[in-house]
Write a protein that binds this ligand. Sequence first.
Ligand code: NAP
Length: 310
Amino acid sequence: MEKRDVIIIGSGPAGLTAAIYAARANLKPLVIEGYGAGGQLMITTEVENFPGFKEGITGPDLITELRAQAEKFGTEFLTADVTKVELSGDRKIVWEDENRYEAKAVIVATGATANLLGLESETRLMGRGVSACATCDGFFFKDKVVCVIGGGDSAMEEGTFLTKFAEKVYIIHRRDEFRASKIMVEKAENNPKVEFILNAVPVEMLGDERVSGIRLKDTKTGEKRDVDLDGIFVAIGHTPSTKLFKDQLDTDKKGYIITSSDKNKATHTNIPGVFACGDVQDSSYRQAITAAGSGCQAALDSERYIEENE
Ligand code: NAP
């Protein structure tokens, strides 16, 4: 069994920033980065709003930079998924299959994953024209017709991104107002390849072997209509990755870990010595920079906790 000061679970901007700070504070952090290392930034194209990169940087490049910076200060990485945690004692136990790791403090930075619509046809055609990741799969739709489902920033961003490949991109949203920021909606609206279909929900994804269209229901009239297309990208929000912590860490009704409302203890969870940062505890801001900021807070909080309990 390995004993550590700090174990960080997750390796998006929150986990990696926590690692940079914890490593510089000589806490010898171990980051258990997961097989899906890097989190949602790995499926993000251009990040234009992360301070310090005035020309923008791709999500994967940003992760590579953060990881290298954490490594430079002595962070160790383990590419594996945590399978079990026991957080209640003074020593926190983290399991990866048979391997047991022990730490004085644990930082939870497990992020969130993409939601799906839950249609039978969506499951059947997943990977056969249905995707939840435009960055990963957009390339396969050169000169094709595709749609993006959703009315948030992700839908606008993915819709705009897909015009690089596709001949036409429908953005299908269930209302006629958008959750997305104005600037992102305008960018999509000004793209001649984008057409909006509003007040519409998908009721079925059409096609046998591959997607051939989508059946939509008008939310106002109830009328159904089919749209011919080759690809469907689902961009309807996210669910926090908190299953591992069930019955140990308090979560809100959407499953996000609840952190302290005391601004001097911003990343404290209900268990002393366990801190949460990034999208796993933030259903509101959900930006790379806010995740990184809370990662910094989690490292400082864990450093203080360890000092106070030594
Ligand atoms: P989101 O803001 O939660 O938007 C989800 C969208 O999907 C909403 O428009 C919602 O419709 C729709 N939706 C949800 N469930 C649906 C269902 N079952 N059927 C049809 N439509 C459904 O999620 P997001 O777009 O992934 O964005 C998440 C966060 O990341 C946001 O804070 C966003 O600002 C941020 N983000 C930022 C950038 C950027 O700045 N570059 C890029 C991407 C994301 P309703 O509006 O009707 O609820």
